[in-house]
Design a protein around this ligand. Structure first.
Ligand code: F1P
Length: 316
């Protein structure tokens, strides 16, 4: 077992430790979740969860918020910026946090590096301890930042969530070899808060296995991308409990066209139960998507401990 795989399966005690470690924000401004790469994907999901929980929120990539916040929100000085960064050192995210504070915004940092530059340039620090062996590809820290972000918007995380996530990653892992064999075109579909998570599934697969992959809002997939579906396609459908019927219909269509569908929380060629409500589904499915990337890489003899062209931190 390589370190990436080990860390994916050993992440749950860190979740347990992070549960209840931070309280909800009581600030009323627009929440602007910023981050880069994985952290931006998580920002997208957390912004959707925030809106569903009664806040107002958007997600913006670090460099965009640093350089042109007015393109995203007219009243950009009067916002609560939530900067997500595992390392706390990504140039654009740190610069976005600095610029936001300088313009009068309140900045919360969510990170696993409490001594980082980001942690030093925020008004509120929300941090958790991560697995010491986590490598370049972000896994456990991504899960932890979602957990902390959910708690920040007032979502309670029952401790049973940890078991549900552990069961799901084990269940998917058990069937992955036969499901992904011979498939070279991967698609991740998820709506609402699961869109950012679908993007993260795609990014993990890309980083780990060097397979080109994309993520879409489920019903958007019909509007063009469906032309690529054939017998080489594997689709990961992250079902939303409020849209299951329409998503299941799409899945039937994709299967007819030759795709094999991993139904997470709904029907597919394989169907995996998600034993939590949509409000926690984004967190619970993350480890399963992480192991999918790892197994696809292993099937191609690609080493995820030293992924090609990637570094743990991108500094400009
Ligand atoms: C984010 C990130 C990763 C990516 C790469 C470089 O870092 O973009 O998502 O996989 O390794 O860094 P961070 O700001 O969360 O530390």
């Amino acid at each position: 077992m390589n370190t990436t795989e080990k860390v994916i399966f050993e992440q749950f005690p860190y979740w347990e430790q992070a549960i209840g470690s931070n309280s909800a924000t009581d600030r009323a401004e627009l929440l602007v979740f910023v981050g880069c790469g994985t952290s931006f994907n998580l920002a997208l999901s957390l912004a959707a969860y925030s809106n569903m929980a009664g806040h107002k929120a958007i997600a913006v990539p670090g460099a965009e918020w640093q350089n042109r916040p007015h393109a995203f929100w007219p009243d950009w000085r009067n916002t609560h910026v939530v900067a997500l960064s595992r390392s706390g050192e990504t140039t654009e995210t740190v610069a976005a946090a600095r610029a936001s504070r300088a313009s009068g915004a309140f900045v919360t940092a969510i990170t696993v590096e409490p001594a980082s530059s980001l942690a030093k340039n925020c008004d509120r620090l929300i941090a958790a301890e991560t697995h010491p062996d986590e490598g370049i590809v972000m896994t456990v820290s991504a899960s932890l930042m979602v957990l902390l972000g959910l708690q920040m918007i007032g979502q309670e995380i029952p401790s049973s969530t940890v078991d549900h996530a552990g069961r799901l990653v084990g269940a998917l892992d058990a069937i992955l070899p036969e499901v992904i064999a011979g498939r070279s075109h991967f698609v991740f579909l998820g709506g609402g808060p699961l869109f950012g998570i679908a993007l993260e599934g795609a990014l993990k697969l890309m980083e780990m296995s060097q397979i080109m992959t994309q993520a879409f809002h489920p019903l958007e997939y019909r509007h063009g991308p469906i032309s690529l579906v054939d017998n080489n396609t594997a689709v990961v459908m992250l079902y939303s409990s409020d849209q299951e019927e329409a998503e299941a219909k799409l899945v039937d269509e994709l299967r007819e066209k030759g795709a094999i569908v991993i139904g997470i929380g709904g029907p597919g060629d394989v169907e995996l139960a998600v034993d939590v409500d949509l409000s926690l589904a984004g967190l619970v499915v993350l480890p399963a998507l992480q192991i999918l990337g790892e197994r696809a890489a292993q099937a191609r003899q690609i080493d995820t401990v030293s992924p090609r062209h990637l570094t743990k931190v991108v500094k400009l």
